[in-house]
Design a protein around this ligand. Structure first.
Ligand SMILES: [Zn+2]
Length: 440
């Protein structure tokens, strides 16, 4: 029988090995992001969601401010519901107050208040004050697109629709623009003649009015009323490690190719501005803001747990095996996608909408209680990264360019047009900054 000393040694050895594997993972993420940012085309799979799952999506939309990523998971229990929230970085006081406010509205709305109730208006106002900067940036993208493609048929028909559906007094109201886009999206989403990029812009602008209406209708739904009148919110704490040691760029690449090939490869990389720009970003130390040497031996990286992984840890640690939908305000990245694939293979029925298949360095491995699960998931991800790096280095003469679309994620609206909200939106619009979408 092994003595306790031997067991202890074995455990230490195991931990050392795990630490080494993790260092390798975080180093390879950096290399992979630089040479193969987009692994494959974004998934176009359409998942049919239950009403309450769609509700999580609406919540994720209205809880994400600026560039933040928010994940939402609704756990429906027999007599109440738990809403798990997580985001990539710290919750600010302002966020906590906002979430409390939203939950209070949710309870009020579900207490069979009529559809025209003034609570709907105050709810819409709170959401728009929190999200207006992000809505404005989405409107700017749409406006840019309209200006560049002004002569196209699809733009002309959008402008016609816009002018018919918006009152003169609301022409500069951001929330009314969102409401018009929300309606327009439903009309055009199945038309193949509409360029996907334009459809995406319309959907994103419309997502605010769409989410507000969606939440109100879900809270009113008699089937869910008791759940929403008894909601518990659990905010997950973010996990960020500022100074994770990693192997240098050269150290990793030389594990795949020899010195001559490395020199050749570097000459090619340095010619591509997109690659050098990404290298600069990836290898800049988060604390000192200094660019680190590509062949240095003291390279550090900031790593953090992605919002959806933070929720997934809870599901795995508590062995929750039912169908669980995690809504995220942005499509999930390649590494989160891989981890979810692995969890699915282990019997977890995790549903997530959308994967933009991009590799982000700084992705932190979820720290689940089950060591065996942790080690096997780590190996699975490393194997995939090795395959990607190897393949890309083999074909390094080909283009290294990748586009940088951010792949934001909003639920497809499934609610009514919510015309009863127009009166509230009109009022809220007057309190927000003005925006001109279409020059008349
Ligand atoms: Zn991710």
């Amino acid at each position: 029988m092994a003595s306790s000393k031997e067991c202890e040694n074995e455990l230490k050895e195991c931990e050392k090995e795990l630490k080494e594997y993790k260092k390798e993972l975080y180093s390879k993420e950096c290399v992979a992001q630089n040479i193969n940012f987009v692994v494959s085309e974004a998934s176009k799979e359409v998942i049919t969601l239950m009403d309450y799952e769609r509700f999580s999506g609406y919540l994720a939309t209205i809880l994400a401010r600026d560039k933040e990523v928010v994940a939402v998971w609704l756990r429906v229990l027999s007599d109440h519901c738990e809403i798990y929230l997580s985001k990539n970085f710290a919750w600010l006081d302002n966020d906590v107050k906002y979430i409390d406010k939203i939950m209070k509205y949710l309870k009020d709305i579900s207490k069979d208040a009529p559809m025209e109730s003034s609570t709907n208006g105050t709810f819409a106002e709170a959401v728009m004050l929190y999200c207006s900067a992000k809505l404005e940036s989405r409107l700017k993208k749409l406006k840019n697109y309209i200006e560049k493609n002004g002569d196209s048929k699809h733009i002309k028909s959008f402008i016609d629709f816009f002018l018919i559906n918006i009152d003169n007094t609301d022409k500069e109201s951001m929330i009314m623009m969102s409401q018009v886009c929300n309606k327009y999206y439903k009309e055009i989403k199945y038309k193949s003649s509409i360029p996907p990029k334009f459809l995406g812009y319309i959907k994103k602008v419309g997502s605010y009015a769409g989410s507000i209406i969606g939440i109100i209708e879900c809270a009113h739904n008699i089937q869910y009323q008791s759940l929403f009148s008894n909601v518990i919110v659990i905010r997950r704490s973010p996990v960020v490690i500022n100074n994770q040691p990693i192997y240098s760029w050269k150290n990793i690449i030389r594990r795949f190719i020899d010195e001559d090939k490395y020199k050749n490869f570097m000459a090619k990389c340095l010619n591509k501005t997109k690659v050098t720009e990404r290298m600069r970003r990836v290898y800049t130390n988060n604390t000192t803001q200094q660019q680190q040497l590509l062949d240095g031996d003291d390279v550090k990286q900031c790593i953090y747990l992605h919002a959806e992984m933070n929720i997934l840890i809870y599901i795995i640690d508590n062995k929750i095996n039912g169908r669980e939908f995690i809504a995220v305000s942005k499509k999930c990245c390649y590494l989160c996608g891989l981890y979810i694939d692995f969890a699915q293979e282990q019997g977890y029925n995790i549903i997530i909408s959308g994967n933009h298949k991009k590799i982000y360095s700084g992705w932190k491995l979820p720290h689940v209680k089950d060591n065996n699960f942790k080690i096997r998931s780590l190996r699975y991800i490393l194997e995939n990264l090795d395959r990607i790096i190897e393949k890309k280095l083999e074909h390094y003469t080909r283009s290294l360019a990748a586009d940088s679309d951010s792949g934001e994620n909003n639920p497809d609206p499934n609610n009514s047009d919510g015309e009863y909200m127009d009166v509230h939106f009109k009022k809220v619009g007057k309190k927000l900054k003005k925006f001109t979408l279409v020059q008349l």
